[in-house]
Structure formats: C-alpha cells, structure tokens
Ligand binder design. Structure first.
Ligand code: ATP
Ligand code: MG
Length: 470
C-alpha cells in the first residue's frame, strides 16, 4: 500500500495566501513530476479548490466531510484540471464536529489509503478540530506568514506540536504576500529578511525563499468565467511563478528524501495498538469463569466466545470475572431482595420493568456495612446509577439453611457468597461483586477496551464509596 506524503497548509491568520499556495502548489508539483499522483482537498469553507479544478459541473456524491466518517479517499476523488485529483469541498464542515472528537479521526482514514504521491490539505484560519486532524497526519506543514502578527500566531501551532509529541521539524514558515518594493535601512533590507530573522530567532525553520505580493496573482480570482486561474498558466511573467516552482521543488525533494512517511508511522502504531487490544481482550476472555457465576451449571464461556447471557460480574479486587445468565440474576434478585416469586403471573410486568431499568444500573453484592458477626452474616445488594452513584440498597441475613422456609434461590445466594466472597474462616471478606447488564446477544462487548475501561472506572468509584462507608 502506498500512503501519500501529506503536506498541510496552515495558519491561524486569515488571508495570508494559504489557499492560493495549496492550489498552485498542487499544479506545480504535478508539472514537476507528471507521473506522481497529486491530490488536493480543503477544509476551508470557500469553494476555491472546486472553482479552480472542476472540469465539468457535476453533482458529486460525497465531499471532504466523508474523510471524517472513514470513507476511503480513493472513492472520493474527482479528476481535476492540470492532472490534479481533488476531493469536493464542503461549505460547512462544522456539522461534523460532534463525530470528530479526537485529533486522530482523519489519520485513521488516511493511513488506510492508497493515494500514493503527495496529498495537499488546505485548512481554515483556525486551529479547530479539523485543522488539528490534518496537522496530526502531516509530513510537512507550510505556514504562510505575511507580517509580524501572523508570525506571532505560529506559537499556537508549535504548542500543538509539542503537546501532542509531534516533531517540530515538520513545520516550515513561508513568508507570503511580501511586498518586494519595500526596503529598509539596516541589517534586514526587506520584509522577507525581517520575517525570516524573526522566525529563526524564535527557533522556527523556514522554507527557502518567499512568495511575493503580485497584483497579477491577485487578479487571477476575478474574471467573467467565475474561475480561479493558476499562476502556472496565467501568471508566468510574475516573480511568483518562479517562487512557486521553487517551493514545489523543495516539497518534492523533502517527499523524496522521507524514508518513512507519517501515515506509515501512524499505520504501524494503529496496527500494534490493535494487536495489543486483541491480546488484552483475549487475556480477559481467558481469565473468565467458564460457567454462569450464579447457577454454576450453564457453560457460558468457551474458546469460541461467550454464549448469550445477561450480566457481567467482576469482583472489585478484579480476582473474579464471570458472566451470569439473565434468568439466574433475576431469580436470585427477586427471591432474596424483593421477597417475590417472579414466576407468579402478577410479577411478570415487574420483571420486565426491572429488566428495562437494569440497563442503566450497576449492582453490587457485599457484606453489609459494619457487620462482622460470624453467627449472623448480612449481605447487602446495592443498586447504582450509570455514573456509579448509589440509588438504593437492601440488607438481608445470609443463611445457609432455614429448613423448608428457604427456597432454592435463597440457598443459591449462600453458595454464591461462599464461593466468591468468603474468607478462609467462612466469613464475608471486604471484597464485593460488581454486576453490570450487558447486551444479551453481544455480551463480549463489555470486554472491549473502552467498555471495559468504563466498567472499571465505575467499579472503582463504587469501591471507593464502600471504603469510605466502612
Ligand atoms: N502572491 C499573491 N499576491 C497577491 N495577492 C495574493 C497572493 N496570494 C494570495 N493573494 C490574494 O490574497 C487573498 C487571500 O488569499 P488566500 O485566499 O489564498 O488566503 P487564505 O490564507 O487561504 O485566506 P483564508 O484564511 O480566508 O482561507 C486573495 O484575494 C488572494 O487572491
Ligand atoms: Mg483559504
């Protein structure tokens, strides 16, 4: 798979020439190496890319927003003018903001892509989540600056790189919109030299050269056809033409010299992360108690997976991990803590209600607080909400046998407690069983990294409350 070398054009300052640079750079790169794929997309809310590259007006199925939904970029490509392929822009990317919660969303899509060559991403003048996603994928970030304030703004970009352990060496400042007519007395003779000195002084690396301000280039946006014309075809007489050629050559060279592209690194990291996840999932699966923890007879866990079950149970200490059949849990719960025989017809709706509400609950079984009496052990069943805050609890005496009065489910509770929470002297220890409803059909989902982490967070919160109450 050939992943592209990613060039991101970014600056928090608006109107510094980002889009002009991104679009023209694509054309110059293609002119430099005709057989190299050059792909362009923009997270900008103007449609400059489309105006410049669209060959004929079509209604595209998809746009650049699809990259944030995991759509392979190969399927979004439009064949554009000048041999450049582009992805249709989207007027308002912010609609997708809810789905893009991390800076790694785009990198996951692009690391699976086979675009090859160079991918140029033009960004909005904002370090928003879309720009940050682009920066995370970048082999090279070109930061156009046109004056001292826009250079000051670069600090945020560098901070972003530092905070996310990205290599600062990917960043390059490029003075743009430089008025070549201005001359100063003193060591820095023009705005370009001054900006370059400011940048170097701050430890920022620069591209060689700059892009001059040119009325001809500015005029390429405005014409009766409503097109945007490239410098290569319509501004050959300007100094910007040779400056853009130089920038394209520098980009091509750095692409050529890069042995391992950023997206290759990202892909390797994702693969080892996936391997690690699979390994921990398998470890969790292997340490599961094979049978239903309550009845001990139904086999729920086998090497091929987990049979449909209703609840996941783990001791707060983490030593016991098991699944419980739905009916076992409900029977035990009703017989012991509701004093109800759930098989009675009038209790059917109560069971349904319980089953429904259990989805937003965590349960815990443990020794009732402040009871350490060997002759009269007491068990508490706690109910917590989704956040791990206590909703209710009920305490009952734990009895091994009470003659005919005790039904099967009651003595089952004693057996459960004795196999899970008894110490060597036959007394309830300080541990607890935390129980959570799972998807009946996909019980193993709770063992996936995020879900399991969430379960453990809540289990720890519950454990903390038990410690505080004891
Ligand atoms: N070298 C140049 N000489 C003269 N004008 C230029 C040059 N480069 C860009 N411009 C003009 O400057 C304006 C801003 O350029 P451009 O849209 O590329 O900036 P931008 O940084 O992408 O802006 P935004 O932050 O709004 O996306 C445009 O009118 C463009 O035509
Ligand atoms: Mg722009």
């Amino acid at each position: 798979m050939s992943r592209p070398y990613v060039v991101v054009i970014a600056s928090e300052k608006g109107g510094v020439g980002k889009t002009t640079l991104a679009t023209n750079l694509a054309i110059y790169l293609k002119a430099l190496h005709d057989d190299m794929p050059v792909t362009l997309c923009s997270f900008d809310n103007h449609l400059s890319v489309d105006r410049m590259f669209q060959i004929k007006k079509t209604v595209p199925q998809n746009d650049v927003g699809a990259l944030f939904k995991g759509e392979p970029p190969e399927q979004l490509l439009q064949t554009g003018e000048f041999g450049v392929q582009y992805i249709t822009s989207k007027i308002d990317l912010s609609e997708l903001r809810q789905n893009v919660t991390t800076i790694k969303v785009l990198s996951r899509t692009l690391s699976r892509s086979d675009l090859g060559g160079i991918l140029i991403i033009d960004t909005r003048p904002d370090l928003d989540i879309f720009t940050r996603n682009a920066l995370f994928c970048a082999d090279r970030v070109i930061v156009p600056v046109k004056d001292a304030p826009s250079l000051e703004n670069c600090k945020h970009l560098y901070d972003f790189f530092d905070q996310n352990d990205l290599k600062r060496s990917a960043l390059r400042i490029l003075p743009c919109l430089i008025d070549s007519r201005i001359h100063y007395d003193g060591p820095f003779r023009n705005p370009y030299q001054l900006l370059r000195a400011y940048a170097i002084n701050r430890g920022y690396r620069c591209m060689e050269g700059y892009i001059a301000k040119s009325p001809k280039v500015e005029s390429l946006n405005t014409n009766p056809e409503g097109k945007i014309y490239p410098v290569l075809t319509h501004g050959r007489g300007t100094e910007v033409h040779s400056q853009l050629s130089s920038v394209a050559r520098q980009v091509y060279l750095s692409c050529h010299e890069t042995e391992c592209r950023r997206l290759d690194h990202i892909n390797t990291a994702i693969e080892s992360e996936t391997e690690e996840r699979n390994r921990t999932f398998q470890d969790r699966l292997n340490s599961l108690h094979p049978n239903c923890l309550f009845c001990e007879t139904t086999k729920l866990v086998s090497p091929s997976g987990i049979a449909p079950s209703g609840y996941f149970c783990e001791s707060a200490s983490g030593t016991i991990q098991a699944f419980i059949e739905e009916t076992c849990f409900i029977n035990l719960f009703f017989a012991n803590f509701y004093d109800q025989d759930r098989s009675r017809p009038d209790n059917a709706s109560l069971t349904d209600l319980f089953r429904e509400s259990a989805q937003q609950s965590y349960f815990a079984l443990k020794r009732a607080p402040h009871t350490r009496n060997f002759y009269q052990q007491q068990v508490a069943l706690y109910r917590f909400d989704d956040e791990g805050l206590e909703v209710s609890h009920k305490i009952i005496d734990l009895k091994e046998s009470d003659g005919a009065l005790l039904n099967h489910h009651r003595s089952q509770l004693f057996r459960l407690m004795s196999t899970t929470l008894f110490d060597q002297k036959g007394m309830l220890n300080d541990d607890s069983l935390i129980i959570r409803k799972v998807s009946s059909d996909f019980p193993d989902e709770i063992l996936y990294e995020e879900n399991y982490r969430q379960f453990r967070n809540i289990a720890n919160r519950i454990k903390k409350q038990f410690v505080e109450a004891s």
